[in-house]
Design a protein around this ligand. Structure first.
Ligand code: SF4
Length: 242
């Protein structure tokens, strides 16, 4: 690397400023969600949109008075309740496995014990549970515990690679590359605004580069400079809404 070229941390800082100028500072509720709630909602959100995963989450909350009741129910019954979110079999199995492991480990359905742990220890603890990946565990860290950790989903992975902040082949590799290089206290705005960018402007096919706030700093070679017809905005963020 040329000694004058910006570090990854400087690039993140610059992109974050441009995104905040364009999208603003994202909403954050005063009361952060409980870690168990956040983890279950994140499992529900895999491979579906926020609207469907939110509905599945509400269905669970409505049917079961507490997570103990849910963990005592059959996997098939949970699958029926969360049908709207798709992948019901895998998601119901992951939720059951998480709650059973948690009960065996801590004697209850509570993740308060991880709050004293360091970020990496929490990631190791949560990902040691069958069905819990790095993205789900990092969502708990950011949304429930306000740690400066940026989860990486497909939107965050795609946009960071196009912009040129990372050159990686998977979301988990992108996660490793950017976390540890993250400026202080920016994880929530950086993560949320990158998702907004990926949903509204930097879509998988035909990114709307002509209106993108990152046009001047983005390294993507196949930019699309056509003027887009209409941009659909979408600010709903599941884990800031439960
Ligand atoms: S300029 Fe185009 S490719 Fe680059 S981030 Fe913006 S929309 Fe995506």
């Amino acid at each position: 690397m040329n000694k004058n070229s910006p570090t990854i941390k400087e690039k993140i800082k610059q992109v974050n400023h441009l995104l905040v100028d364009y999208f603003g500072i994202p909403f954050r509720p005063k009361k952060l969600p409980d870690p168990v709630d956040a983890l279950i909602a994140t499992i529900l959100s895999q491979n579906t949109n926020d609207k469907n995963s939110y509905q599945a989450y509400l269905n669970l909350k409505q049917k079961y008075k507490n997570w103990n009741k849910l963990s005592d129910d059959s996997r098939a019954e949970i699958e029926k309740t969360i049908k709207v979110a798709g992948l019901g079999k895998q998601k119901s199995a992951a939720i059951k496995s998480f709650l059973t492991t948690l009960k065996n480990k801590s004697g209850g359905l509570d993740l308060q014990y991880i709050k004293k742990m360091a970020d990496d220890d929490i990631l190791n603890e949560l990902t040691s549970i069958k069905g819990i990946g790095v993205k789900t565990a990092s969502c708990v860290l950011l949304f429930s515990m306000d740690r400066n950790v940026c989860p990486v989903d497909t939107h965050v992975h795609r946009t960071l690679n196009r912009i040129g902040i990372v050159q990686t082949g998977s979301p988990d590799k992108t996660f490793k590359r950017i976390n540890g290089n993250l400026p202080d206290k920016i994880a929530h705005q950086f993560h949320t605004n990158l998702i907004k960018l990926g949903r509204e402007i930097c879509k998988p096919s035909k990114p709307a580069c002509s209106i993108c706030p990152l046009l001047g700093v983005c390294a993507f070679k196949q930019k699309n400079l056509d003027i887009p017809q209409k941009i659909k905005t979408n600010s709903f963020q599941l884990l800031d809404s439960i």
